[in-house]
Design a protein around this ligand. Structure first.
Ligand code: AP5
Length: 213
């Protein structure tokens, strides 16, 4: 199954991807995670994109498209994948259409105030990327990753100014993709406001209805 996860920052795309990749046995590809790994490893790409991510702006299309093209050509993607955070512009969507077909595009729907609450309370493990929330999904011991025991971090782009910029960038550049994919009959709308388990259930139902399974 080849899926794209669309939705505003903080809608829970990464959280639902972690459930879906296990349930469906497909690979989770997050362009945000790939960029953050490059920054952590101080690669040439990482140095190029560090300030862009911190501000909540978009990495240039050419850089992002090439990175995704190389990633989905890997053998582990042959059974399918979830593209989380890609495409984010019409140019990226057109490039993806030249690379591969898709089974569905999941549109996670969440209000702006709830997005801000989720992002400002998000914490993550720097080395594994495991996602927590101070209120909705706290770690067992405050500030510490359950598995590695490492201190949790706050993403630089989860500071208020960057959150508001990311929301503006989403509305301007990415939201038009909902219409783009709706016209192609690929969109499955999913209410992202309940618990992650309920959101997954809602998505699974919507996908089964869409794909006739
Ligand atoms: P990226 O990492 O993709 O960020 P994003 O799209 O802004 O999405 P997030 O990771 O912030 O949110 P999410 O929807 O995954 O929510 P999560 O599950 O973490 O991109 C980062 C940056 O990289 C971009 O700004 C850009 O600079 C660059 N970039 C990436 N892709 C690019 C592209 N294609 N083109 C150009 N540039 C690109 O959940 C959020 C919080 O809510 C967590 O704390 C979680 O615990 C909590 N939560 C989740 N679900 C629930 C729920 N159901 N109930 C209660 N709490 C929940």
């Amino acid at each position: 199954m080849k899926l794209v996860f669309l939705g505003p920052p903080g809608a829970g795309k990464g959280t639902i991807s972690a459930i879906a990749e296990k349930k469906y046995g497909i690979v989770h590809i997050s362009t945000g995670d790939l960029f953050r790994a490059a920054i952590r490893n101080e690669t040439e790409l990482g140095l190029k994109v560090k300030a862009i991510l911190a501000a909540g702006d978009l990495v240039p299309d050419s850089v992002t498209i090439q990175m995704v093209q190389e990633r989905i050509a890997q053998p582990d993607c042959s059974k399918g994948f979830i593209l989380d955070g890609f495409p984010r512009t019409i140019v990226q969507a057109d490039a993806l259409a030249r690379m591969t077909g898709l089974d569905a595009v999941v549109n996670f729907v969440l209000s702006r105030p709830e997005v801000v609450k989720r992002l400002s309370g998000r914490r993550m493990c720097k080395s594994t990327g495991k996602i927590y929330h101070l209120i909705y999904n706290p770690p067992k011991a405050a500030g510490i990753d359950d598995e590695t025991g490492e201190p949790l971090i706050q993403r630089p782009d989860d500071m208020e100014e960057a959150i508001l910029n990311r929301l503006d960038v989403y509305e301007k550049s990415t939201e038009p993709l909902i219409g783009y994919y709706r016209d192609k009959g690929l969109i499955a709308d999913v209410d992202a406001s309940p618990s992650p388990e309920k959101v997954f259930e809602g998505m699974d139902k919507a996908l089964k209805a869409k794909l006739g399974k």
